[in-house]
Design a protein around this ligand. Sequence first.
Ligand code: UTP
Length: 294
Amino acid sequence: MQTVYYPAMRIKKAVFPAAGFGTRFLPATKAIPKEMLPLVDKPLIQYSVEEAKASGLEDIIIVTGMGKTAIEDHFDTSFELEILLEERGKIDLLSLMQDVSNMVHFSYTRQKKPLGLGHAIGITKNLINDEPFAVFLGDDIIDSKVPAMRQMIDVYDRFGGSVLAVQKVAKTQTHLYGIIKGERVGPRVYRVLDLVEKPKAAPPSDMAIIGRYILTPEIFGALDATKPGKGGEIQLTDALKILLKKQAIYACEFEGTRYDAGDKLGFLQANIAFALKRPDMRNDLKRFLKGLKL
Ligand code: UTP
């Protein structure tokens, strides 16, 4: 197995697969994309876009699907709203709105059928141009001092190859994740020896794959070779297993707190945790929570 280096290739592009139907949040997600559900007062997807920007990424490619136009509108300029805010003297809000649309360069591609996460990444091949790239699953909100993707890029710069974000999970939770078998090669860095998707029994470790990836362009060949799995979907984990036969893959145990905001309980926990960090809300929210006398 060989480690592939792309020495002159700084990671600039980030793919955001956002074409899933978000069934766990129905009926809320019937007409509103899951990515636009508010975490305190910002849509979920904006948190990972901000993480991408803070990690030095420049080009964001969002994979959308049916009913997802609100995402494009959100990151676009809204002249009418800007004029209204200016007329009303709401300058703080105006600059907040402009920050969103000027964040980074956005492009959009459409997945015609939700044929799985692997398929959503596969259709970005022509936009990626044979270079390593980042992938963000916006459901995973990571609160950290150093942006999680920045921590992963540092691993990529040192080791090369693809890099997966991993986090220790409770033994009772391993069946919900892709689990790696790894060999420690540095502080919080593992070389991946094997990957198992949602192991029913005997998980190879307690290290679960979280929704951040750095992928070498060879992933596209691996995705082409991946047969549809459960529900006719092309699974990214299956493609990573094919890639692992040819190239080294590393795992970065990032520092930070991760919330699974694609799940109702995780979404509520993230809302409470982020609101408690807000000086304008903290004290009132604390008082409310204490008053619940649980
Ligand atoms: P999920 O497994 O969380 O599916 O997809 P989902 O549709 O978003 O949500 P639930 O489980 O039905 O509630 C993981 C990521 O892959 C994207 C999703 O948008 C999400 O970011 N995805 C999934 C696609 O872009 N296309 C697909 O065909 C499937």
